[in-house]
Design a protein around this ligand. Structure first.
Ligand code: HEM
Length: 267
């Protein structure tokens, strides 16, 4: 079936030229957006991590009971990152929804790795069927976390508009992704060619499907706000003095680096 002519009076082939022109503009715009978003994500994250790493921790404040050795701290941090241990101790409901969301997000992101590599690693191929349904679990987790912000009075009181914005952004990304997977399919081979092309500075045509364009636009927005938002708690947990300090104040005197420098310079 031939494509409908946008200009019925135009010469044959005019539509193709028009479509090619539109695809070119769309591809260029999205390619630029993703280059800028990636630069801001990587540069912003590096800057924030540098800020965290160079912020003095003048006090010895590990939350006790705390490990008394460095190895113990490694294990404590691992339990924190993998199991969300302190959240589990403080609130079972938030832990449940938080864990559901983060676990599902990890699966979804791993499933997406296939768009960025050729050949695809076996482990990425193996998790594909699970990743597909993880999208629903991700939305369920976010729904629980959002409901808590709306329905629990003392949480609603400390909720900012940006908290709603982040939850809304993640829900919209998930729903547009699920929409593509189960309702309005897109050409995922072309999507992969576009992103592999981006990584080689040679972008290929991006399909002009609305769900895909919304999904990718929201993902780019997420990448841009990530380093400046509360979502930064992901790298931040590693720099939390209450979690990363050894409980050894009786064995070793704790002096912050800046204090040592001032003491030695005599100022
Ligand atoms: C540049 C990065 C991304 C690209 C190229 C991309 C592309 C896609 C595509 C093409 C689909 C449809 C899959 C299919 O029909 O089989 C999809 C689905 C989905 N996307 Fe993304 N996406 C990206 C980032 C993200 C992020 C950051 C999230 C979560 C925060 C996300 C969440 C989802 C979900 C939940 C689905 C539905 C389940 C699935 O098919 O895995 N996507 N994505």
């Amino acid at each position: 079936m031939s494509r409908p002519h946008l200009r019925p009076d135009g010469p044959p082939g005019a539509t193709d030229t028009l479509v090619r022109g539109e695809t070119y503009v769309l591809t260029t715009v999205y390619a630029l957006v993703f280059y800028v978003a990636t630069a801001l994500l990587v540069g912003g994250l590096a800057f924030r991590v540098w800020q965290y790493a160079t912020t003095p921790a003048p006090l010895k404040i590990p939350t006790t009971p705390a490990p008394t050795t460095r190895t113990g701290v490694w294990f404590r941090m691992a339990r924190e990152v993998v199991l969300f241990q302190s959240l589990f101790k403080s609130n079972k409901w938030i832990w449940l929804f938080g864990y559901l969301f983060h676990g599902a997000l990890a699966l979804v992101l791993l499933r997406h790795v296939r768009y960025f590599q050729e050949p695809v690693w076996t482990v990425i191929t193996l998790i594909q069927p699970f990743g597909k349904y993880a999208g629903f679990a991700m939305i369920a987790g976010l729904g629980g976390l959002w409901a808590r912000r709306l329905l629990v009075p003392r949480i609603r009181y400390i909720t900012n508009p940006s908290d709603h914005l982040m939850l809304g952004l993640l829900v919209a990304i998930g729903l547009s992704g699920l929409g593509m997977k189960f309702l309005a399919h897109t050409d995922i081979v072309a999507v992969k060619a576009f992103f592999l092309g981006l990584m080689r500075f040679n972008p290929q045509p991006l399909p002009a499907d609305p769900a895909l364009l919304i999904h990718l636009g929201l993902v780019a927005a997420l990448m841009i706000v990530f380093p400046f938002s509360k979502l930064l708690h992901a790298p931040g947990v590693f720099f939390s003095p209450t979690r990363n300090q050894v409980d050894n104040p009786r064995e070793r005197r704790h002096v912050a680096k800046w204090a040592t420098a001032r003491y030695e310079s005599g100022k």
